[in-house]
Design a protein around this ligand. Structure first.
Ligand code: NAI
Ligand code: HPV
Length: 530
């Protein structure tokens, strides 16, 4: 049974998938302090949040079972991603579900600031019929500057076109071609500052975007501009904005987000007649909340059940076509890594992976992660290592990862070879996927074999001489160890050879020593693969 903690208000309908799952129990506890979360998080396998819960390193430290943090929304700035990655906690978000809703809120804010709707409302319900103070401006023929042309920015741009606005877009990833297609002028921040009548920001908050519009920009900004921020507090310098409005340079502003949320009661925005505010409502519609909760619940379920999942925030994204090609090899990759770690003696210095065949043409990084995970999990414990933190753990331990690719495959469509270099030796294990048979180990060191990578495997190196197989079989028999499969590999007759035995139960150190002590036997190791 997996335990999920929902610590922010999340759509009940959206999480019905989790509610109905027989292997999940859900606790909803919203508004908890950091201390309260630290006290209870240890019993949960998954945490589901929106933007209120700050998932700090301290909370993760106490979260010994936590496998995944699901963010029902886009921004993950409330989650310490580095701390999560270090601990192998997968962080997922739902980036698409609230795009339209947030875009529509941005538009609502733009129209409200253009027509003074909140201010006029307050006066009217206060009994004052004031038509003179609230003369607004049209959007038509005005220039809108969109900083950040991602999902939300692009939707805002397309709606602005329908309103007859000229749209300037700035985004490091906006190409001339895409801008043309959208009827948007690809502009610089400086162009937007100089020419826009409305400016809206739709970037994440990063060191680069923090105070992207600050004192310096306000000094050059087009007089009468109106500014909208429905992205993240801090992209626009709040203090500089108030000064620019008071100086008559900026006509008004509409903010949904703040540098500190909720803003302190004395925050200058809250009493300013030219600034309208909403309490981080950008994503708050019934539709968006259902969408994001459904998306994140689906992924969360896959992760808890160890099933393949879409992209995680703290892992590089993998395109679907690449994923389709690689996914069948994930198990094999992890097992090859584990096999090599179990047979190699000494401290791991380098993991060299060679992809041969069709895999040579694919971005194999996600598969390499599995191999590295397999190697490290053997040494560090499978509860400490996973696909999210494997590369990080290798790096901090100074383990070199080398990847090579080749089209030569020795007859297999694809082959993955793992060479593990330690301070004492170098061991190689290679494998493939055989149509109809699944993963197979095809080579151990220089010896070709054909072994299913599953269960208890005995790897014995010996001299190729008559009678050896019999001696090993007899010894195992006296210990009541049944041999399920057997493979012998050699390069030349009478030379060095390996024997790979699938056995039905684990073999003690004592038995391994007895095997090694048999005449013409060099070494015996047990490998266990789940
Ligand atoms: N108010 C609310 O309730 C909501 C706020 N958001 C916030 O809105 C923002 C945008 O969300 P999406 O469009 O979904 O994200 P997105 O990732 O699709 O778009 C962000 C865009 O910003 C661009 N960008 C990054 N650095 C930039 C820079 N220095 N200058 C210009 N552009 C830059 C990126 O290239 C990207 O295209 C995020 O901060 C998100 O957290 C999202 C949903 C709801
Ligand atoms: O998705 C985002 O980035 C948001 O800012 C929405 O936040 P919320 O889920 O409404 O707390």
């Amino acid at each position: 049974m997996y335990k999920v903690l929902v610590s922010d208000p999340i759509s009940d309908l959206g999480i019905s998938l989790l509610v109905e799952a027989s292997d999940i129990t859900i606790d909803k506890k919203t508004g908890l302090s950091e201390d309260e979360l630290v006290a209870i998080i240890g019993e949960y396998d998954a945490l589901l949040v929106r933007s209120q819960t700050r998932v700090t390193e301290r909370i993760m430290e106490a979260a010994k079972r936590l496998k995944v943090i699901g963010r029902a929304g886009v921004g993950v700035d409330n989650i310490d991603l580095e701390a999560a990655t270090k601990r192998g906690i997968i962080v997922i978000n739902a980036p698409d579900g609230n795009t339209i809703t947030t875009c529509e809120h941005t538009f609502a804010m733009m129209m409200a600031v253009a027509r003074h709707i909140p201010q006029a409302y307050l006066k009217t319900v206060g009994g004052v019929w004031d038509r003179k103070s609230f003369v607004g401006v049209e959007l038509r023929n005005k220039t809108l500057g969109v900083l950040g042309m991602g999902r939300i920015g692009s939707e805002v741009a397309s709606r602005a076109k329908a309103f007859g606005m000229n749209v300037f877009g700035y985004d490091p990833f906006l190409t001339e071609e895409r801008a043309d297609k959208m009827g948007v002028r690809k502009a610089s921040v400086e162009d937007i500052i100089a020419e826009a009548d409305f400016i809206t920001v739709h970037t994440p908050l990063t060191p680069e975007t923090r105070h992207m519009i600050g004192k310096e920009q306000f000094a050059k900004i087009k007089p009468g501009v109106r500014i909208i921020n429905c992205a993240r507090g801090g992209i626009i310098d709040e203090q500089a904005l108030v000064e620019a409005i008071d100086a008559g340079q900026v006509a008004g502003a509409a903010f949904d987000v703040f540098e500190e949320e909720p803003p302190a009661p004395e925050h200058p925005f809250l009493k300013h007649p030219k600034i309208i505010v909403t309490p981080h409502l950008g994503a708050s519609t019934i539709e968006a909340q259902e969408n994001v909760a459904i998306d994140v619940s689906e992924q969360l379920l896959h992760i808890l059940r160890n099933e393949p999942f879409k992209n995680a925030v703290n892992m590089p994204p993998v395109p679907a076509d690449v994923m389709n090609k690689l996914e069948p090899y994930f198990q094999l990759g992890k097992k090859l890594g584990s096999f090599s770690a179990q047979i190699a003696v000494g401290a791991v210095k380098e993991i060299a992976v060679t992809y041969a065949g069709e895999l040579a043409d694919v971005d194999t990084q996600p598969l390499t992660r599995r191999v590295v995970e397999g190697v490290l999990a053997y040494h560090l414990g499978s509860d400490q290592v996973n696909v999210v933190n494997a590369m990080h753990l290798a790096k901090i331990r100074g383990v070199n990862i080398v990847v090579t690719k080749s089209h030569a495959t020795k007859g297999f469509t694809n082959q993955v070879s793992v060479t593990l270099r330690t301070d004492k030796e170098e061991r190689l294990v290679a494998g493939t996927l055989l149509n109809g048979f699944g993963p197979r180990i095809t080579q151990v060191d220089k010896f070709p074999v054909d072994v299913e990578p599953q269960g208890h495997i005995l790897l014995i190196s010996h001299h190729d001489k008559p009678g050896i197989v019999g001696r090993v079989g007899t010894l195992l028999g006296t210990q009541d160890i049944n041999i399920a499969t057997m493979q012998v590999g050699r390069k030349i007759v009478g030379g060095e050879a390996v024997m790979v035995l699938g056995v039905d139960k684990g073999v003690t150190k004592q038995v391994l020593n007895e095997i090694t002590a048999l005449p013409d036997l060099n070494n015996a190791k047990e490998v266990h693969l789940d």
